[in-house]
Ligand binder design. Sequence first.
Ligand code: CA
Length: 362
Amino acid sequence: MKRRQFLKTAAVGAAAGAIASPAIAQSMPEVKWRVTSSFPKSLDTIFGASEVLAKAVAEATDNKFQIQVFAAGEIVPGLQAADAVTNGTVEMCHTASYYYVGKDPTFAFGTAVPFGLNSRQQNAWFYHGGGQALMNDFYKKYNIYSLPGGNTGCQMGGWFRKEIRTVADLQGVKMRIGGFAGQVLQKLGVVPQQVAGGDIYPALEKGTIDAAEWVGPYDDEKLGFNKVAPFYYYPGWWEGGALLHFFINQAKWDSLPATYKSILTTAAALANVDMQAKYDARNPAALKRLVGAGAQLRPFTPEVMEACLKAANEVYAETAAKNADFKKVYDAMVPFRNDQYLWWQIAEYNMDTFMIRARARG
Ligand code: CA
């Protein structure tokens, strides 16, 4: 009875006056941050991750910690988001780590590498396989602390104006594709092109480029590629599970009270799950509409896939020989991936395969 009375009194005390107490004031200060996204608002699934995070943080802190969201170009261009975090222009950004492979190829592992991890495996590696600690160790060079913040799932292999039946068909194909995947395809005769999202459609239409990869059905549909390049290839083996990240300026992260660090970490995890869920929920209908509008689905043949895997392994070996950070992360990721697929082939693969066949039978 005494204990209950004490608790009751304490609760009343907390409600009446404890908000002004130093401990609480210190853990819940007014903080205003800006997050610059690498993405336009039109990519609502990816851009939306910043909004999901900001809303969750504001709600959990009674609006004491506010994060204002800016689309690509509003503060800095999309591909300069990480620099804006490094130099403290903004407190944080939402971006794809692999946009910065020009600075160091090690950045690729933050998002996706050819024949790397799928989205479930990316989460397993980052949260429980040492991936996040390894990458944060690397990002420290750039004053960045990172939190996983969304995934597209396995992407499509892109839109081609003509069919790719053999490895020889890749020769001379001008394809809009960046980073590591571009280097891999270059070994097979593809000519990688850097083309901004909004310029892909006219380039395909004019024939300036022969192929382009973007994301998957939900995002690709908005850009209308099916009208100018009907062959829709899969899978996008360079992005088996493209993970997005929140990059946070290291000093700004260090300055947060423990409560806010915890809330921000939880909000990023929510955004991470939420994006993949949106893509998974929306892709089937988009795929049906695309096929209805003339898109012709084509798998990359086993011959093409094998040649790409071989070329990817060559690029990995060449890069690891020149870059110790890259080698360190690659040497950690590969055995993790191989063990993941050892497990995947048992329950997940068989369950999925059975259900896919059962659905096809009706
Ligand atoms: Ca892509």
